[in-house]
Design a protein around this ligand. Structure first.
Ligand code: PLP
Length: 455
């Protein structure tokens, strides 16, 4: 563990409040690198150890309750342990968790995806979003016979080799540790919202780019939002140049709109990658899209085309329990106002946070769209345009001393922000959650002021 900064009352208060989490973390440190199992759970002096969660709240081993803005890393549009999802999962578990065979739920799950997202002519389930983007790029390379992949700086597409650089570090595209230089050399990075740069990059690599992949509302669920015009240009240019356009809707799918960001933007990609809400909080992902592309996975079609079929296994693909959770979740997405409620809550949260910061004379930028809340912790941030932020400065801001203290300061007040900092709101957040969050933000800001972190 880091040496505890004993001169920080914020950290001291957090330590005092969470002895059970500290003890759990001491054990975790013996088992896991950094004592965690996902980089985004890294928190000094220790992360929370959570016992259970319901709706918009979760509880730690010390018995404290928190308004949750991590939202299962974005998987939980409906909040934790939604009764309908829990019932379907329990029912399925009792029937069996793995048949190693086709089953009805996977077909109904895929049918619902296709109904909500018309670009999904065919569906292939995977176990995660990382696997989905890996397969999407492989399909694109196989079909086009080209090798390069165009991506946007700051955009995250999972942790596999082809997507390992340029989203939190290595913004020059150089290989991250363990990734081959030859792999990194196939990646063409462009800056968000830089149309001239995009065209120049496409021209420079003309005829060699297999796919362009992006988070359609911007990196990190809109930390640096994309201008719709940039996305439209990318669609036009990729179509013109025979490049497969992949929308990574792992986060935005069934969140921005029932049909994902593509429905909201009115842009149809060639392939879409899905996960998170897709599987209702259980492991699951999918690559969906144009029939002629997905057919590379089809035994008969590949034979008929005279091409080698792309192999694809995956023990947990379309697992029945994930299918049950996904189906229950997507039915609620389709049939209720869950998305609209989550959007409305997030709008009130952003407005409330802006008012608190204004009253406290703190110049941070508060922004976000649909269910998103983003805080750019710069003293003059409120004068910035979100679309003009640079991915590297957003990452750098999230790693400052202020950011490192903001989360424990909020936790001490009963609010668990996502580490961006910010968070996705869910349909389970209500007026009480909003009140708790805004009171917590004011208290956290005052605590930061007292420590001299805000000038
Ligand atoms: C946009 C995006 N793509 C891909 C992934 C990878 O998904 P998974 O964590 O399921 O592998 C994530 C995960 O956060 C994501 O946000």
């Amino acid at each position: 563990m880091d040496a505890t900064p004993t001169n920080s009352p914020i950290i001291a208060a957090y330590l005092e409040r969470t002895p059970g989490s500290a003890a759990a973390y001491a054990r975790a440190l013996n088992a896991f690198p950094s004592g965690i199992t996902h980089d985004n759970r890294y928190l000094r002096p220790h992360p929370l150890s959570v016992t259970h969660a319901r709706g918009a709240r979760k509880w730690d081993v010390d018995g404290h309750v928190y308004v949750d803005y991590v939202g299962g890393h974005g998987a939980l549009l409906l909040g934790h342990a939604h009764p309908a999802v829990t019932a379907r999962v329990t029912e399925q578990l009792a029937k069996g968790s793995h048949f190693g065979a086709n089953h009805e739920l996977e077909v109904r799950w895929a049918e619902l995806v296709r109904e909500l997202m018309p670009s999904a002519e065919l569906v292939r389930f995977t176990s995660s979003g990382t696997e989905a983007t890996l397969m999407a790029l492989r399909l694109a390379r196989a079909v086009t016979g080209r090798t390069k992949i165009l991506r946007v700086r700051g955009h995250f597409h999972g942790w596999h080799d082809h997507m390992a650089m340029g989203f939190q570090s290595h913004f020059d595209g150089s290989a991250t540790p363990g990734v081959l230089d030859e792999v990194a050399a196939q990646i063409v990075l462009v800056d968000p919202n830089d149309e001239a740069g995009l065209i120049a990059a496409l021209d420079a690599s003309d005829g060699t780019i297999a796919a362009a992949i992006l988070e359609p509302t911007g990196s990190g669920y809109g930390q640096v939002p994309l201008e719709p015009a940039f996305v439209a240009t990318l669609r036009r240019e990729t179509e013109r140049r025979g490049i497969v356009l992949v929308f990574d809707e792992v986060v935005t799918g069934f969140r921005v709109a029932r049909g994902g960001a593509q429905a909201a933007l009115g842009v149809t990609p060639d392939l879409t990658t899905l996960a998170k809400i897709l599987a209702g909080g259980l492991p699951g992902g999918a690559v969906v899209g144009r029939r002629d592309l997905l057919e590379r996975l089809d035994f008969e079609r590949a034979r008929a085309l005279g091409v080698e079929k792309i192999a694809h296994q995956g023990t947990y693909n379309a697992n029945p329990v994930s299918a049950a959770a996904g189906l229950a979740t997507l039915e609620l997405v389709r049939d209720t106002d869950a998305i609209e409620r989550a959007h409305a809550y997030a709008a009130r949260l952003r407005e409330g946070a802006r008012a608190v910061l204004r009253e406290e004379s703190v110049g941070w930028l508060v922004y976000g769209q649909h269910t998103g809340l983003h805080l750019f912790l710069d003293a003059d941030g409120h004068g910035r345009r979100p679309t003009g932020l640079r991915p590297s400065e957003v990452k750098a801001r999230a790693a400052t001393e202020i950011a490192r203290k903001l989360r424990p300061a909020m936790l001490a007040q009963g609010v668990d922000l996502a580490p961006w900092p910010g968070g996705p709101a869910s349909a389970a957040h209500d007026d009480d959650d909003l009140d708790v969050t805004l009171v917590a933000l004011r208290a956290a800001v005052r605590a930061l002021k007292e420590e001299g972190e805000l000038g």
